[in-house]
Design a protein around this ligand. Sequence first.
Ligand code: AMP
Length: 179
Amino acid sequence: MTVEEVKNAIRNVPDFPIPGIQFKDITTALDKPECLKWMRDEMVRRYKNLGITQVVGIESRGFILAPAVAMEIGAGFVPIRKPNKLPAETVSVTYAKEYGEDVIQIHKDALDENDVVLIHDDILATGGSMAAAIELVKKLGVKKIYVNCLIELEGLPGRKVLSEAGAEVDCLMGIEVDE
Ligand code: AMP
């Protein structure tokens, strides 16, 4: 399996969820065992020797690979969720979206200053949601943060935004935003 083969398995859905958006649908790669395994293995290869203690997945497509990778590298899994989903005490970050605001939450006791964290999501677009996730994880005082997305949408400022925030960003593949 090559990165090009996995890329070709990702479906582009024009005008979803709103006109003008080229939606990158990973479900057509996830349902192919060899693509699913490639994505898991590629992440494990990149992150196995970094002392990562917790893999943090962003709801909801960050929940697909994060636990699989966590198990392989000997880390735990921690969810970042939309508001009012986590049952115990949480910390929150509010961030601006194209239209309005969004809030994300994490359990307050999920991470501490001894943790080395990998934050994972499926797609890096403008970087807004990942920047908010970094801010959220930083609130819990962790030792170090790595950032990974399956796909980087090229032509958008996501990587620049996150690098300026001091995060080490790595994506498995790049796809042109209008491709
Ligand atoms: P952003 O905050 O702009 O980096 O957007 C990242 C989040 O929005 C990720 O959780 C993605 O799942 C989703 N997303 C943004 N753009 C797309 C796209 N073109 N196709 C699929 N999902 C997207």
